[in-house]
Design a binder for this molecule. Sequence first.
Ligand SMILES: Nc1nc2c(c(=O)[nH]1)N[C@H]1C(S)=C(S)[C@@H](COP(=O)(O)O)O[C@H]1N2
Ligand SMILES: [Mo]
Length: 378
Amino acid sequence: MMGTREKEEASLVPFPSSQHTERNAAFLGIALGICFTACFVTGLLSHLIQHPPSWFTWPSRPAWGYRVTQGIHVTTGIASIPLLLAKLWVVGPKFFTWPPVRGVAHALERASLLPLVAGSLFLLVSGVINTARFYPWGFYFPKAHYTAAWITIGALIVHISLKAATTRSALRKAPPAEATTTEGSRRWFIASAAGAAGLFAMATVGQTLKILSPLSALGQRIPGFGPQGVPVQKTARGAGVKVDVANYHLRVTGKVERKLQLSLSELQALPQRTAELTIACVEGWSTTATWRGVTVRELLDLAGAPSDATVRVISSERRGPYRTSELNASHSNDLDTLLALELNGEALHVDHGAPVRLIGPNRPGVMQTKWVREIRVV
Ligand SMILES: Nc1nc2c(c(=O)[nH]1)N[C@H]1C(S)=C(S)[C@@H](COP(=O)(O)O)O[C@H]1N2
Ligand SMILES: [Mo]
């Protein structure tokens, strides 16, 4: 049931409805709080993995770790879209209240809404555009997305602390007995918002869980679709890479006892290892395949590199943010961290990084460097 003020507020919006209630706002707020927190934590983690400060080490195990954390990031982000739209619609009348400010606490609360709403909308829109692999802003995207995440989470903390009491009392208040119709339609309203969030989530998870892939309307990649049964992120042509297999050499350089330069046939003559490994893209899709090649540790031993070495993997791609990646000691010592020569039983396809690409357990896709030409111990 609506109070007098709520009724007045509701009459100010173009679509008066019995759903502009504190209770709906509270339910949606809690759902959004959970999704935003999960999305923020997993996003922060992804950032730390890709730009590790000295106090942070991302281990190479469990192999499925990044697939799960980034899957949660993209899925909770996408599920937030219908929840946020529903929440904005429910609280819509409040934006039109008069007087606009009723004291200090109210002023603070309203002021925190601007970064909260603007930040949330920016994060969701830029995230979706990113998963759609449309980067109108070049490399600016991760930085802007990351900065906006901190602003939004800060505003969210302020918002939650100011709204905690309202939320608690809105949820405690038993729905009045005479208002069964309203209560019924409220349930229906919340169920639709939750249902839409669930559908969006399922349609997203389909790009990483094969069993849901028929529902993957929002997925950008289909597991199992692409050369050698694996989707391609960037083609060799798109990366401007021309591969000359006959003259190819892999170099092992940097702080080593012996610098190495190995042709493809020399690499093929080394012991080969097979592993089931996953490409888990930051964009949320993932796919697991059978990879075969030389263990990075094998090459480091041949070159006489120390076992605690950090290793920079460098592509023959000339430009672009993903032309190099780093292996911390956990990854460079993991025997499943490979310089792959084969994928699903065939020589690696050029779009998957032929003749040699890095592939290892528990790494973001962006750090599975393709067209590797140099391993530098730093
Ligand atoms: N040199 C290079 N390596 C790269 C990339 C790239 O653009 N250049 N893209 C990365 C990204 S974002 C992903 S998700 C994986 C995808 O590998 P795939 O195209 O074989 O599926 O490769 C990674 N390796
Ligand atoms: Mo990626």
